[in-house]
Design a protein around this ligand. Structure first.
Ligand code: APR
Ligand code: PHB
Length: 394
């Protein structure tokens, strides 16, 4: 087989890149090691920045999001028995976020790809990348017992944190930055009305809690748990009890509980691999970086990487601007590190750490009080939460 861009992985990064390239007439094949049902079964993030919303519209997959997504003008920070609203819209000159599940974004992109007749190879085993430094890279994989070869111009590594793409770069040319947090998030999805119209991020002496949603009738709630916690030990009842204890009284009182539809524990990690390219291979999304979910940045960073590579490839194929290719990593990393910083900061500010004593609890509360007490403080939270601007590719 032959294509212009071979895309490894059909998560949001791979699908969105594929969709944009497809619409621009740039041929691409997605090679994915799982099947579509598995990909659609994953419950992930749910807050889209304006930049990602615009990119989905540009890709022609914004219709259902615009119908069913919830535009949020702000969110709540709860601490020390208080609830403080961050008014995103007024603090950022009109910017907002869209609450729309990653699973739905993925579904919309998969449907659009199928309608466009673009090729996705599912259940591809033993995916390998070859000749990355040469002019003619290629990908091989095993499918139905046969070895398949795909020749291409460029390879987009969209295969997540555990994928083959980053591992195909010689270790000595990669610099890796990592922080593993000593706790995880226990998440519950339930068909209950949200406790609040907007998201609530809560700092509490018992640990962090987050009230999010997928729709006016479906909630996604989280409580911080220790890294060793097992999901089997958390009955629905125990979860609701713990969540209630961490919320300000007026919210705890109106919390509606119900049976969970999904319950899982996710570890928290910060991770960046530099550079995000090697020869004709480009890394996007979770393949290159991970953020703890506290700032709602993971999916949005994947989208900004996609935007950058897409705009570079457009100029490469339409104007012969191959000089732009070498700038991919630096452009992405400037934005990635700012989101890493914000996600780390929100995580540090809102969670209980093993060494959090009475003093550090007061310092956390005071830092929150200080930020929400000043216009500049609120503005810095708001501008990061709605998403920093995408860098132009020129
Ligand atoms: N070969 C082919 N496909 C692979 C391989 C491989 N060796 N390894 C992994 N994959 C596939 C996975 O099965 C998955 O479908 O690559 C895809 C990667 O998708 P994600 O992990 O979702 O990563 P990405 O598309 O970058 O999405 C960004 O943002 O909110 C965060 O972590 C969240 O998934 C989200 C991410
Ligand atoms: C979610 O809805 O799953 C969600 C929302 C905001 C976050 C993290 C997760 O910061």
């Amino acid at each position: 087989m032959k294509t212009q861009v071979a895309i490894i992985g059909s998560g949001p990064s791979g699908l969105l890149l594929g969709q944009l390239l497809q619409r621009a007439g740039i041929d691409n094949i997605i090679i994915e090691r799982k099947d579509p049902a598995y990909i659609l079964s994953r419950i992930r993030a749910g807050v889209l920045e304006q930049g990602m919303v615009d990119l989905l519209r540009e890709a022609g997959v914004g219709a259902r999001m615009d119908r069913e997504g919830l535009v949020h003008d702000g969110f709540e920070l709860a601490f020390d028995g208080r609830c403080e609203r961050i008014d995103l819209k007024s603090l950022t000159g009109g910017q907002t976020v869209m609450v729309y599940g990653q699973t739905e974004v993925t579904r919309d992109l998969m449907e659009a790809r199928q309608a466009a007749g673009a090729l996705t190879v599912y259940d591809a085993e033993d995916v390998q990348l070859h000749e990355l430094k040469g002019e003619r890279p290629y990908v091989t994989f095993q499918k139905n017992g046969e070895r398949v070869r795909v020749d291409c111009d460029y390879i987009a590594g969209c295969d997540g944190f555990h994928g083959v793409s980053r591992q195909s770069i010689p270790a000595e040319t990669l610099k890796v930055f990592e922080r593993v947090y000593p706790f995880g998030w226990l998440g519950v999805l339930a068909d209950t009305p949200p406790v609040n119209e907007e998201l609530v991020y809560a700092n509490h002496a018992r640990g962090f809690a987050l009230c999010s949603m997928r729709s006016p009738t479906r909630t996604r709630y989280y409580v911080q748990v220790s890294a060793e916690e097992r999901v089997e030990d958390w009955s629905d009842e125990r979860f609701w009890e713990e969540l209630k204890r961490r919320l300000p009284t007026h919210l705890a009182e109106r919390l509606v509980t119900g049976p969970s539809i999904e319950k899982s524990i996710a570890p928290l990690r910060s991770f960046v691999a530099e550079p995000m390219q090697y020869g004709h291979l480009f890394l996007l999304g979770d393949a290159a970086h991970i953020v703890p979910p506290t700032g709602a940045k993971g999916l949005n960073l994947a989208a900004s990487d996609v935007s950058t590579l897409y705009r570079i490839l457009l100029k490469v194929y339409r104007e012969g601007r191959t000089d732009l290719l070498q700038r991919y990593s630096a452009i992405c990393l400037r934005r990635v590190w700012k989101a890493e910083r914000f996600s780390w900061w929100m995580t540090s500010l809102l969670h209980k750490f093993p060494d959090t004593d009475a003093f550090s609890q007061r310092i956390q509360q005071t830092e929150l009080d200080y930020y929400v007490g000043s216009q500049a403080g609120r503005q810095t939270i708001a501008e990061n939460y709605v998403g920093l601007p995408y860098e132009a590719v020129e």
